[in-house]
Ligand binder design. Sequence first.
Ligand code: ATP
Ligand code: PRP
Ligand code: MG
Length: 285
Amino acid sequence: MTKIRIAIQKSGRLNEDSLMILKNCGISIDNGKDQLKASARNFPLEVFYLRNGDIPQYLRDGVVDIAIIGENVLIEKGEDISIAEKLGFSKCKVSLAVPKSVKYTSVHDFEGKKIATSYPNTVQMYLDKHGVKADLHIINGSVEIAPNIGLADAICDIVSSGSTLFKNNLKEVEVMLTSEAVLAVSPKISEERREILKKLQFRIQSVLQARQSKYVLLNAPNEKLDAILRLLPGMRSPTVLPLAEEGWSSVHTVINKDKFWEVIDELKAAGAEGILVCPIEKMVL
Ligand SMILES: Nc1ncnc2c1ncn2[C@@H]1O[C@H](COP(=O)(O)OP(=O)(O)OP(=O)(O)O)[C@@H](O)[C@H]1O
Ligand SMILES: O=P(O)(O)OC[C@H]1O[C@H](OP(=O)(O)OP(=O)(O)O)[C@H](O)[C@@H]1O
Ligand SMILES: [Mg+2]
C-alpha cells in the first residue's frame, strides 16, 4: 500500500505540537523514542524524524512528500517548496537586533557592520532589498551572545517573547518576517500521494477550525431572546430549544474563541444565564 511520507522535527520546539496535530487528526503512530522512522497504524502515513534545518533538502529531493516545519526555515532554505496549510503554532519573528545602547535610526545603520546569524539568506535578501552592504557571520546557535563577546555589531535571529534579547542587552530594530509552523509539500510528490495529502488536509482543517471555536450553550427568558441572538453569530444560525420551564429557551451556538470574551458581558447584560462554553473536537464546514 502506498503511504505518504511526512518529516517532522526529531526533537525541539516543533516536535510535540507536530505529533499532537497528527494525534488530533485521529492518526496513531507506533513510536519508539529513538526511532527515526515510524508508521501510522490507521492512516497510510510514515513519519521520518529529522532535523528541522535538513527538511527543505529532503522535500526538494522527494525523499519525503510533506513536512511540518517553521515557515522561516522555508524562507531561508526552501523558496521552491510550497505550503499547503498554516498550522497556527510556533509563531515567531525573524528580526535584526542591536545592543540597547546603540542609537538606531534606520536599516542603513547596518552599512559596513558585522551581523551574526543562522539565517544568512534571509538577512542578505533583506539587506539587498534596502541596498545595504554588511558583513555576515554565520553561527548555528546562541547567536544573541555575539555582540557581548565582540564577535559582531548586531544579530539576526528568532524572536518570540523577546526575553532572550532582553537578557543579552539587545533591542529588536527590524522585523524581517513573521513565521509559524506550516505543512510543506515536496515539488516531487506523486499524484497517488497527493490524494492521501488531500485526506490529511481535510482532517487538519477540521482540527484547526475546531481549535478556533467554542460551543456555547445558555438559557434565556423568551422575551430577551431577540437581543441575545443578535449578539451570537452561529455557524449557520443559533439553535433555540424550549426549556421545561415555561417562558425560557436554551440557545446553542458555535463562536470564535476570541470573540466569546468580547460578547460574554453583553450576553449577561442582555439576560443570558447558565452560560456553558465547551471545546469542540472536530469541525467540518
Ligand atoms: N522562541 C521561539 N518561539 C516560537 N517559535 C520558535 C522559537 N524558536 C524557534 N521557533 C520555531 O521553531 C522552529 C524549530 O526551532 P528549534 O530551535 O527547535 O530548532 P532548530 O534548532 O532551529 O532546528 P534543528 O531541528 O535543525 O536543530 C524554528 O524554525 C521556528 O520556526
Ligand atoms: O524571544 P524568545 O522567547 O526569548 O525566543 C527566542 C529564542 O528562542 C530560540 O532559541 P531556542 O530556545 O530554541 O534555543 P536554540 O538556540 O538552542 O535553538 C531563538 O533562537 C531565540 O534565541
Ligand atoms: Mg531554537
